[in-house]
Structure formats: structure tokens, C-alpha cells
Ligand binder design. Structure first.
Ligand code: PLP
Length: 417
């Protein structure tokens, strides 16, 4: 399904646009934050109707090879039959239930067995909850209050900029380590001796992810008596050997997990060392749905599949194919574009590199309008996700659409290039 590069896309997405107009009346901003327009509400699909495997369909009936993948949970593809069957069977037994359920224990046992050095764990619904809980446990364990962070760790007050309507005083409590200068960690810790409870780092911030950089951060953190938290919400289960820490042979004090863990069912967890996590006993880490056994059953089925199949090898290889194909296409069309893993090939991305920001944005938007209209759902401003359901044929189709889109951009913006 595609359209001529010179026609307006307005009628192409008319059902989407109509729903968006109605939403603007009753939903602040018209959409949840992850539903922000890929380009404009008129030139890109705003409403997706359903997904299956590597594909999704918008409300105007267009089919896409999807790389947005709902921002990462569907590592095995949308609506995975085995995962969904396990969750639905558990739902039919009542979920969540009162008190505790044997799955809570089995789920944490299973995660502990996967992460070397992990001895305890607990469970949540979202990544934001897991990271927030990890900090709370670290504060209790150390008796300190301040934290240092590097990366996106969720939507809670402590990880947002001050202009995001968060309470006063957070800038003194939550210090930021720039990913480009990890060696500044020591100085940050020294500036607040005996006051920093934890350093939390999202590994995707580091390009390339180098073992010695993380090992040095872990060592410095521990020297200062703080807890090192590795936020693997994005990277776990899609990095070879199972996670970034296993790939790089690292053992953080706490690891936070969500996204791919439940393959679309909302579940999160943290695991880590007993010496730290035992301080979580009696802390207020509680929400009505934390004990949801349906999502845990989905996670157990997901882990079964990850144990059985070479999921990380598959998504890594297809990511490498996509990256090198996009780079080659950009070179062939003379576009200022670089494709790369962000930082791993299973989370690829493509950046327009024109030195003038306005030209760069025009070229970028033009490319995305074209590629979306050719049936490939790519995000212009967020890294992409490859699933185990993606096939070589999906990559072929994607590269063919990207080549056409690049040719159209080249033709339309010859004056800018
Ligand atoms: C590294 C990382 N940590 C935490 C989060 C927050 O997870 P959630 O959106 O499930 O709250 C995200 C979400 O994108 C993330 O990428």
C-alpha cells in the first residue's frame, strides 16, 4: 500500500485524523505521550487498530511492518499465541487474587536464576515503578537520600527535568551524570561525601557499551558506599547472553526489568544482591496490581520461549541487516543519514545528519512521510525495536520502501542537498 510521493496524505489517514479531532476535545493534548504524531497528525497514522507478529494495521486499513513495536514490550511479536494463552489461562483462574500466589515465588526464582549475582527480587507492573522502588530500597539500605542518574528511567518526578511540573528541590536530590562523561562520576560522588544512596544507569546511553566503562562506574559507586543499579528495562532479553550485564560480564547490585519481560503483558521486576534487597522488607512498595498473576504467567511463557529459541541472535542479525541496508541506501541516494545500533543492533535507529537543523528536520520528516505511506512504521525520534517475529522478508520489504522513500526525498529536496 503506497501513495504517490507528490500527493497529500490527508485523505490517506482520514479515519485516524477524525479520531484525533475527537480526542483533542476530551484527552489533554489529544493522545497519550507515546502516541505523539510521528510526523503530523495529517501525514502519519495516529491510531493503530491491531497487531500480529511483526505487523500492525492502522484504522484506515493500512498494513505496516512495525519497528515502533509499542516501544519495546513485544520482543516475540504482537499477540504471541503461547504467551497470550498462558496469561489468559491464568486470568480465568482469577487475577489478581488476594494474598500471595505461588507464581510470585516461581517468577522471582526464575529471574534470579537468569541474572548472575542476583539473590532476591520483587515484582511490579511498569519500569518506572521498578526503578523508583530500586532507589527507595537503596535509600533504606544506605541511610542516604541523594541519587545519581544517567538515562531515561521512567515518568516519575525524580527522573524528569525541573520544567516538567515536578516538586521543588529535586535537582539537589537527583544529580545527573552525562553519558558522554562517565569519568565524572567520581567527582559527583566526592562532591556529596556519604550522601549518595545509589547510581542508576541505563546502558543504552553508552555508545558503544564498553565493559571497562561500566566496570569503573560500578567500582567507583561501591567505593563511595552507594548502590549500583543497572536499568535494563530496554536492554534485557534482547542482548546476547540475555542482557547487557551478561553480554559485558558485569554484576550490578540491583537490575530493573520490564518491557520485553511480559511480551505485551504489563509486568516489571527488580533483582539483585541480598545484602541490598533485604532492606526492601517492610518498605512501602505496593500497588493493587503488583501481584497480577496473568502478567506473570505471560512472563514465564516468554522466558520459556527465550530459553528455547535464539531470540537475541535473531533480532541482532536482522538489526545488523537493517542498519547496513539503510546505510547503503542513504549512500546510494546521497542523503546525509547514518544508521546504527542504539547502542545494539536489535535497537536500531537512523539519524539525519545535515548540519543545518531546519534542513535536517525537513529531510527527516519528508523521509518518514514517504516510508510510512509505503507500509513501514518507523519512528523519527525514538530508537526502533526488532522482534523475533520479524523475518528477512520484512527487512527486504523495509529496505525496498526505504530506498523508494529516499529517492522521493532526493527528488523533492534536490535544492537542499
Ligand atoms: C531504561 C528505561 N527505564 C525505565 C523505563 C520506564 O518504564 P515504563 O515506561 O514501563 O514505566 C523505560 C521506558 O522506556 C526505560 O527505557
Amino acid at each position: 500500500m503506497s501513495q504517490s510521493s507528490s500527493t497529500s496524505t490527508h485523505s490517506f489517514y482520514k479515519n485516524s485524523a477524525a479520531l484525533y479531532r475527537r480526542s483533542c476535545e476530551i484527552i489533554p493534548g489529544g493522545h497519550h505521550l507515546s502516541g505523539r504524531p510521528l510526523v503530523t497528525p495529517e501525514d502519519s497514522p495516529m491510531y493503530i487498530d491491531r497487531g500480529e507478529g511483526s505487523r500492525c494495521w492502522d484504522v484506515d486499513g493500512h498494513e505496516y511492518v512495525d519497528y515502533v513495536m509499542a516501544f519495546g514490550p513485544h520482543l516475540l511479536g504482537y499477540a504471541h499465541p503461547e504467551v497470550d494463552a498462558a496469561a489468559i489461562a491464568q486470568l480465568r483462574r482469577g487475577a489478581p487474587l488476594s494474598m500471595n500466589h505461588p507464581l510470585h515465588l516461581k517468577f522471582i526464582e526464575r529471574l534470579i536464576a537468569r541474572f548472575p549475582g542476583a539473590e532476591m527480587g520483587t515484582f511490579f507492573k511498569t519500569g518506572s515503578e521498578a526503578t523508583t522502588a530500586a532507589l527507595r530500597i537503596a535509600r533504606r539500605a544506605t541511610g542516604r537520600r541523594r541519587v545519581i542518574r544517567c538515562g531515561y528511567h521512567g515518568w516519575h518526578d525524580w527522573c524528569l527535568p525541573l520544567d516538567a511540573a515536578v516538586p521543588d528541590g529535586l535537582a539537589q536530590q537527583v544529580l545527573e551524570l552525562p553519558a558522554a562523561e562517565p569519568e565524572r562520576l567520581g567527582a559527583l560522588l566526592q562532591a556529596h561525601p556519604g550522601e549518595v544512596a545509589a547510581v542508576i544507569v541505563a546502558p543504552e546511553m553508552f555508545h558503544p557499551p564498553r565493559r571497562e566503562v561500566f566496570a569503573a562506574m560500578i567500582e567507583t559507586t561501591r567505593e563511595h558506599g552507594a548502590v549500583f543499579i543497572f536499568d535494563e528495562v530496554k536492554t534485557a532479553f534482547r542482548t546476547p547472553r540475555g542482557s547487557m550485564q551478561q553480554f559485558l560480564d558485569l554484576q550490578p547490585d540491583i537490575t530493573t526489568l520490564s518491557k520485553a519481560l511480559g511480551n505485551g503483558w504489563a509486568v516489571a521486576a527488580l533483582v539483585g544482591k541480598r545484602s541490598v534487597l533485604r532492606h526492601g522488607a517492610g518498605l512501602h512498595l505496593s500497588a493493587t496490581y503488583h501481584g497480577d498473576t496473568a502478567a506473570m504467567a505471560a512472563a514465564m511463557a516468554t522466558l520459556d520461549i527465550l530459553d528455547r529459541e535464539d531470540v537475541t541472535g535473531h533480532v541482532w542479525r536482522l538489526g545488523e541487516r537493517l542498519i547496513s541496508g539503510l546505510d547503503a541506501a542513504a549512500r546510494a541516494h546521497g542523503l546525509p543519514v547514518v544508521a546504527y545500533g542504539e547502542p545494539i543492533p536489535s535497537m536500531p535507529f537512523m539519524r539525519f545528519t545535515h548540519p543545518q537543523p531546519d534542513v535536517r528536520d525537513r529531510l527527516r520528516d519528508s523521509f518518514y512521510v514517504e516510508v510510512l505511506a509505503r507500509g513501514v512504521l518507523l519512528h523519527p525520534r525514538h530508537l526502533w525495536f526488532i522482534s523475533h517475529a520479524h523475518r528477512d522478508a520484512d527487512i527486504d520489504r523495509t529496505l525496498a520502501a526505504a530506498r523508494e522513500a529516499m529517492a522521493a526525498v532526493r527528488e523533492r529536496h534536490a535544492d537542499l542537498l
